[in-house]
Design a protein around this ligand. Structure first.
Ligand code: NI
Length: 171
């Protein structure tokens, strides 16, 4: 178990495009465990490997955290195979964009495939929070943050706020 520091915007490493995992082995399982530990330590519900500075296509998620029960799952090399035309709006936040929340519109339902921690291919259909979170986390694999979906003006304002907060924290 290892808790790793989570990068925050505007760290340029968050813009990296992650590469496919070639083989789901012990090393990848250990990385996923570290990601889950880091996610729980930061009170998050999802985390992409790039957020701890490892640009590999791995996501961990636990949307249903109750009574300290840790029931996370990993999505390796995830791909969206279908997205609904109807959209849904959720207020999103991100461990890499601390203390900022805003509405983002995305397809309401998706189908996706990914590998689990045994390297087994899984296909799922998702809606609601799972659909939103998967799309949010998969954006990270392309170097995209949820604030990139907002208007240019709003994003610039939020980034200014983040940079200021970072400077204060370092002072
Ligand atoms: Ni995020």
């Amino acid at each position: 178990m290892a808790i790793r520091p989570i990068l925050t915007a505007p760290d340029p490493r968050l813009k990296a495009v992650s590469t496919d995992v070639e083989k789901v082995d012990g090393e990848i399982r250990k990385l996923a465990q570290d990601m889950a530990d880091s996610m729980y330590a930061a009170d998050g519900i999802g985390l992409a490997a790039v957020q701890i500075g490892v640009p590999k296509r791995i996501i961990v998620m636990d949307l249903d955290q109750k009574e300290g029960k840790k029931d996370w799952r990993a999505f390796i090399n995830p791909k969206i195979t279908w997205a609904s035309e109807d959209l849904a709006v959720y207020e999103e936040g991100c461990l890499s964009v601390p203390e900022i929340y805003d509405d983002v519109e995305r397809p309401a339902r998706i189908r996706a495939e990914y590998l689990d921690l045994d390297g087994k291919k899984i296909e799922i259909e998702a809606d609601g929070m799972l659909a939103t979170c998967l799309q949010h986390e998969m954006d990270h694999l392309e170097g995209v943050l949820f604030i990139d979906h907002l208007s240019k003006l709003k994003r610039a304002m939020l980034l200014k706020k983040l940079t200021k907060a970072k400077k204060l924290a370092e002072a």
